[in-house]
Design a protein around this ligand. Structure first.
Ligand code: BG6
Length: 468
């Protein structure tokens, strides 16, 4: 495995963004109070609670809705100069369209003001997997009307909070609802339908471009971007068949969103497959121009793990539902380093490869690491006699990734910050509280009591020194 040089000090450019990221549904709790509408998570939990780890649902999250002041104080204490949150669409506009909920406006105003009062810049994301249930009933992202509803929601957010929020994101990891909801059964509506998956992907990309268009039309000050989970796709070998497999996996899982978001166009390899298989999405005149002319100004990069692929070894079963794996096999690389809790490979150099790819092939777009992190099960056993979780593994994980980010900067990458996933232990969708990711631990048995972990204390020193 490639290792990084043995420098002793890694100092980052002045003004580097140090912080963490979180999302509304995973942290707010208060899922059914103060007029919030249901989203797909509230609904899915209602009908199938046993699909969630230990049957814990979205109501029982870390209660940021009530504890945001205390939490922002902790962010300040551990050296945050920025924090990424999301707005819950169903809290702001309970049915997805129509009236704005004044209680929600009050809550988000309070949070944003509190962050700013603590010198923490709010980065605000509009959609983090949480479709209002009323809109899912009409097909969610498969339905064009939802694109219009989303544009109105985006406009409402810019109008309400744009005087103070200067960094906006249209979506977080938009490919995940495609995969979870329409291919691999880990998000509601749990369908396996490649045609719908493609339509959802297209409509999401269109919605993002429309929000960017609205942002510009409204003369908003600041930047608008998107957050993508990029998984560098490494072939098993340099054999042409393995190389081809990795190019296809890259086109499907990375470039499907990266190219239209940054370049305004779709990768040819992807269009080729969709045409060949008869899966082209439906779109209207003018859609491609909107996408072409409204690309992002800032890119959030979520990086957890690479994808390793090899050429297909057996012919796919023609009876099986169509999945991207028709074109490649996933490859388990011998000797790979793993996070055993989450089952994800840890490959720190991947973060550098992404940044260099953005520099060389995407106009060196302004970007930042918007998520990177290590989910660990059973962290309580690392709590010492002073009550502090000794998460040295997390410090090492962050440090090793930051070394590669630093190297990319030295080679000219336009990367402006690093946000850990996540600030405090939170509700991880169907994994609920299984794996803990936070700088701050949350004790659900003690009314969500917060304690800063060793990594949080360490992060303060990094932020203060602007490096380590
Ligand atoms: C990212 C998401 O995919 O990874 C987060 O943006 C998520 O919402 C995080 O929680 C960690 O993944 P998981 O599945 O372990 O929670």
């Amino acid at each position: 495995m490639t290792t990084i040089t043995n420098k002793t000090e890694y100092i980052f450019p002045e003004g580097f963004w140090w912080g963490s990221s979180a999302s509304a549904t995973q942290t707010e709790g208060a899922a059914s109070v103060d007029g919030k509408g249901k989203n797909i998570w509230d609904h899915w939990y209602e009908i199938e609670p046993n699909r969630f780890f230990h049957d814990v649902g979205p109501e029982k999250t870390s209660q940021f809705y009530y504890k945001y002041k205390e939490d922002i104080k902790l962010m300040k204490e551990i050296g945050h100069n920025s924090f990424r949150m999301s707005i819950s669409w169903a809290r702001l506009i309970p049915n997805g369209t129509g009236e704005v909920n004044t209680k929600a406006v009050e809550f988000y105003n309070n949070v944003i003001n509190e962050l700013i009062a603590n010198d923490i810049e709010p980065f605000v994301n509009l959609f983090h997997f949480d479709m209002p249930y009323e809109l899912q009933k009409i097909g969610g992202w498969t339905n064009r009307e939802v694109v219009e509803a989303y544009e109105n929601y985006a406009r409402a957010c810019f109008e309400l909070f744009g005087d103070r929020v200067k960094k906006w994101f249209t979506h977080n990891e938009p490919i995940v609802p495609v995969e979870g909801g329409y291919l691999y059964d880990f998000h509601y509506p749990n369908e396996v339908d490649f045609r719908k998956a493609v339509q959802v992907a297209f409509n999401t990309i269109l919605s993002s471009a429309k929000a960017i268009k609205a942002f510009k039309e409204m003369g908003q000050d600041g930047k608008v971007g998107i957050i993508l989970n990029l998984t560098p796709s490494y072939p098993r070998s340099q054999h042409p068949a393995d190389l081809k497999a990795s190019v296809i996996a890259d086109a499907i899982f990375n470039r499907s969103f990266l190219d239209p978001s940054v370049k305004g166009e779709f990768p040819e390899e992807l269009i080729g497959i969709l045409k060949e298989e008869g899966f082209m999405p439906e779109y209207e005149n003018g859609d491609l121009d909107i996408i072409k002319n409204h690309t992002v100004e800032l890119l959030g990069v979520n990086y957890y793990q690479p994808r390793r692929v090899k050429a297909k070894e057996n012919l796919p079963n023609p009876e099986a539902p169509f999945l991207p794996e028709r074109y490649f096999d996933n490859y388990v690389m011998p000797g790979r380093k793993m996070n055993p809790h989450r089952g994800w490979e840890i490959y720190e150099k991947g973060i550098y490869d992404i940044l260099i790819n953005l520099k060389e092939n995407y106009g060196n777009i302004e970007c930042f690491i918007s998520e990177n992190g290590m989910g660990v099960e059973g962290e309580e056993k690392y709590r010492d006699e002073n009550g502090i979780i000794q998460d040295d593994y997390r410090i090492e994980f962050i440090q090793e990734h930051l070394k590669w980010v630093h190297k990319a900067i030295q080679e000219g990458s336009n990367v402006k910050g690093y946000h850990l996933w996540t600030f405090m232990d939170n509700w991880s969708w169907s994994n609920a509280y299984k794996n803990r990711y936070g700088f701050v631990s949350v004790n659900l048995d003690k009314d969500g009591e917060r304690t800063i972990k060793k990594s949080g204390q360490w992060f303060k020193t990094v932020s203060e020194k602007n490096g380590f």
